[in-house]
Design a protein around this ligand. Sequence first.
Ligand code: GDP
Ligand code: IMO
Ligand code: MG
Length: 430
Amino acid sequence: MKNTVVIGAQFGDEGKAKITDLLAQKADFITRFQGGSNAGHTVVVDGKKYAFHLIPSGILYDNKICMIGAGCVIKPDDLYNEIENIISLGVSKEHFKKCLKISPLAHITMKYHTDIDGYSENALKENKIGTTKKGIGPTYSDKYARSGIRVEDLFDLDTLNKKLDIILNKKNKELEFVYNLKPYTKEEIIEECKHYKNILEPYVDFNWQENLSCIKENKSVLFEGAQGIMLDIDYGTYPFVTSSSPTSGGAAIGASMGALTIERAVGVFKAYMTRVGEGAFITELTDKTGEKLRQIGGEFGVTTGRARRCGWFDAISARYAVLVGGLSEVALTKLDVLDTFEEIKVAIAYKNKLTGEITKNYPTNVFTHQNFEPVYEVHKGWNCDISKCKSYDELPQNAKSYLKRLEELLGIRITIISVGADREQTIFAE
Ligand code: GDP
Ligand code: IMO
Ligand code: MG
């Protein structure tokens, strides 16, 4: 298989994990390249459901190496719980020891990061971002402010001591005087770091440079993104975004293998759209149709349990995602969720309600989004169960027309069609 990156192309939760698990069959090495345990990824194999947050979705195979890459942020207690949960579902501890690797360059989410995330969200009140409160923003902020703690620091007490002498004083001032939160002593932080070291030690790959060189030469690589392009720190609905880059560009940085390693970029889109958390969503449906999508699609968050906002497929944001995400093809998921809809709508333009102007460009200033309404194209539904279709030819004509139109609107091919949560419920249209 060509080295492939799998990226969410909407607001997250597109079914990336299902697609990653599927493509992982043909890969040797699977690596997450950004995000942290804000992600909630579901893989269903033979009816059994697995939830991942940080662990790459290829972990269920026997003989694949799965890496949490340098671009990720790790909350070790969350990772511990995640591993224990998967072990309770029948995957052995030895399997994790053999197959799971962690980059020493990934950043650690400390307790003070989650404290700050929780506080900031509450303080923002009606202007909150609706984060997962997993400390993601504060951890990435410290990374870019050059005052973060990396996995490798946990294994070198001298370095950790030196770093803490530089950063803790400032961090405590921030905690006390900006956020009115409890400061930490150096001893408390050292204890926290020792605990984290014990959790991560079996998996940290200190020989990553040699190992990744070998993998680049001889193996096929699958890069797994979290979140989605419309949550990207640069290109998403800023500031209602996450703090990393879930694009093919992000993979080029966060997986330690460079841009030229990527040969194929699969953007995962739902056949409709969802969003969890705050921020603009031009095709959102707050009526019975939205509720129907939520119920049939089971649209409730894996990480926070929050109900997802639902709406029609937005071809304007999708085309924008193809551009800025560097996508070469599409995996379309949850087509089966539309089985009982008489009419299926797709936004093909936006109308500016103030000026009457029609645009096909995505307005990047989200504070103007209330001025736009979608211009819809209406498609006839297919009114039958497609969840058992095994080939493109078996799909009803109206479903084929819908797919064909989406391809036209996006300008790239839909090569994977998902008609159910299970690994087997997939059609390859290549
Ligand atoms: P991710 O974060 O992009 O990996 O997606 P999530 O796991 O958060 O949410 C996707 C949900 O849809 C999960 O419950 C999946 O099991 C489910 N799912 C994935 N593909 C399909 C599909 O084609 N049809 C249906 N009905 N469910 C799907
Ligand atoms: P997966 O990988 C959906 C959203 C949050 C919030 C914003 C910022 O499962 O698709 P953060 O905690 O990252 O600072 O929150 O991003 N968000 C997600 N929404 N799926 C995700 O991950 C998400 N990860 C973050 O709801 O709006
Ligand atoms: Mg998810």
